[in-house]
Design a protein around this ligand. Structure first.
Ligand SMILES: [Fe+2]
Ligand SMILES: [Fe+2]
Length: 149
């Protein structure tokens, strides 16, 4: 049985590659595909964390602040995605600028989760709980992905 933190870390690897690709690739024909791939990965991942992980953290006084900060950062990522989308037909610099903001916002958030939020939360849950949370995560992730298709 996978534990939730293994799943999240694996998805972060794919996310980093994808936001980097959006920044490097300004070709107009690939923008829509990139946008679709980004939404299909970033939004379900965020929804899953907000359903499975952060509410559990909020119950623990020591972890509450990190969870609230993470939700706020998800909103910044949503906003950066919207800006990228608004620049689908923009010139190369306009697209690149929006992709750069998205990459910076995502990289900052992932680093914070991996270096601070996850290690702290991992200490708070036992192995069985981490597996249960993986189930909750998968369910929320799939439901959100379904909405986007
Ligand atoms: Fe994450
Ligand atoms: Fe997150």
């Amino acid at each position: 049985m996978p534990n939730i933190f293994d799943i999240l870390r694996e998805e972060h690897v794919v996310m980093r590659a994808l936001v980097q690709r959006a920044e490097e690739n300004t070709d107009k024909d690939s923008r829509k595909l990139l946008r679709d791939d980004l939404k299909l990965l970033l939004l379900p991942h965020a929804k899953g964390e907000e359903s499975a992980l952060y509410p559990e953290m909020e119950k623990t006084e020591r972890l509450r602040l990190d969870a609230l900060e993470a939700v706020d950062e998800h909103q910044l990522i949503d906003r950066a995605l919207e800006t990228l989308e608004a620049n689908l037909e923009g010139d190369d610099d306009e697209w690149k600028a929006a992709a750069q903001v998205l990459r910076e916002t995502v990289f900052h958030h992932l680093a914070e989760e991996e270096e601070k939020t996850f290690p702290e939360a991992e200490k708070a849950f036992d192995a069985a709980r981490k597996e249960e949370l993986a189930e909750v995560y998968r369910h929320a992730y799939n439901a959100r992905a379904q909405e986007l298709k």
